[in-house]
Design a protein around this ligand. Structure first.
Ligand code: NAP
Length: 313
């Protein structure tokens, strides 16, 4: 065979292999997103712990877990919101489930205090699923330069998004190791996995990058012990954190996201459960340079809009 023919055949073969590989990835994604049977979460244990269950994704997840028959330990900072969420759950599910609440401001407690609060609230309970959902962002305006983030928000982002995740995990992992069963779900963010930088959300995205690495690494440490640890990396979801006045068509509500989220628990170490988020993530990742340019412009616009709103208050 001539060198030219050989080069063309080799290139065509490589192209075919790459096409086939991408097709397999796509088919696997379609199956996981729409067809795969969700795990029976009660097989991990009869109780679930959710941090930040009083609003947004955490609240919707608490309802989803309750709908699967799991009892709940709700860890939140606001006693009246915790009480309101528990009452809603009891009203919806009656005696089918039990609900316990723990008042803990994850931005104020030390790591050891968080671990102790979780360990004592779950003592004697068969804890199967733990969702590290509580998250702190920069506050208004949604996008800011690093030096503009006030000290309190900075402290709270670092403590809630990093410290609390580590110490809540420490508070429950011992019990899971003993019974060799458990699932831990950390709600990270697509801002850290699909694009190479996320300007004007620097601190938030960096803490979520920590969470992704923590989850993937600790997941490998315990994968043979019956403990499934996963980082879910959603993109924009309509909650109070994103301050969206109107939900754009491809942005899911917290309930839409949570229904998808539950289906992925116990599977991949990192995943993006909601279908439109996964598509967006793919596009962002493929066009990284353009994506980062767009994010910078969009965040700058959001900052400007937020500052204008502040001036009119
Ligand atoms: N929304 C999005 O577009 C998006 C995208 C990617 C990732 N995420 C992640 O998803 C998770 C949930 O976000 P969300 O959009 O549902 O936010 P959210 O609506 O603002 O709800 C956040 C929850 O965390 C709680 N929380 C905040 N600070 C706390 C603290 N210091 N101590 C205890 N609890 C605290 C809140 O309590 P209160 O009710 O008392 O405020 C609330 O229950 C976060 O980890 C976030 O980073 C969100």
């Amino acid at each position: 065979m001539e060198l030219e023919d050989f080069t063309i055949t080799a290139a065509a073969l490589l192209g075919l292999i790459s096409l086939f590989k991408n097709l397999l990835v796509f088919i696997r994604w379609l199956h996981a997103t729409f067809l795969r049977q969700p795990k029976n979460l009660r097989e991990y244990g009869s109780w679930a712990v959710v941090t930040g269950p009083t609003d947004g994704i955490g609240k919707a997840l608490a309802f989803e877990l309750a709908s699967k028959g799991l009892n709940l330990v709700l860890v939140g900072r606001n006693p009246s919101k915790l009480e309101a969420t528990s009452s809603e759950l009891r009203w919806r599910y009656g005696n089918e489930i039990q609900v316990k609440t723990v008042v803990a401001d994850l931005a104020k407690l030390s790591g050891l205090e968080i671990e102790a609060a979780v360990a004592s609230a779950t003592e004697g309970l068969d804890v199967g699923v733990v969702v590290n959902n509580a998250g702190a962002a920069q506050g208004h305006p949604f996008a800011k330069y690093f030096h503009e983030v006030d000290d309190e928000s900075m402290e709270s982002i670092l403590r809630v998004n990093v410290n609390a995740v580590v110490w809540v995990t420490k508070g429950v992992i011992g019990g899971m190791l003993k019974k060799k069963r458990g699932a831990i779900v950390n709600i990270g963010s697509g801002s850290t996995v699909y694009v190479s930088s996320f300007p004007l959300q620097t601190l938030y995205a960096s803490t979520k990058a920590f969470m992704a690495m923590f989850s993937k690494s600790v997941a490998l440490e315990y994968k043979d012990q019956g403990i499934d640890i996963q980082c879910q990396v959603p993109l924009f979801t309509a909650t109070k954190m994103t301050m969206l006045k109107k939900r754009p068509i491809f942005v899911p509500s917290a309930e839409m996201f949570s229904r998808a989220s539950i289906r992925w628990i116990g599977y991949d170490r990192q995943c993006n459960p909601y279908w439109s988020h996964a598509v967006e993530g793919f596009v962002f990742h493929t066009l990284d340079t353009i994506s980062v340019w767009y994010i910078e412009r969009y965040m700058t616009w959001m900052r400007k809009k937020g500052l204008e709103q502040d001036r009119h208050l």
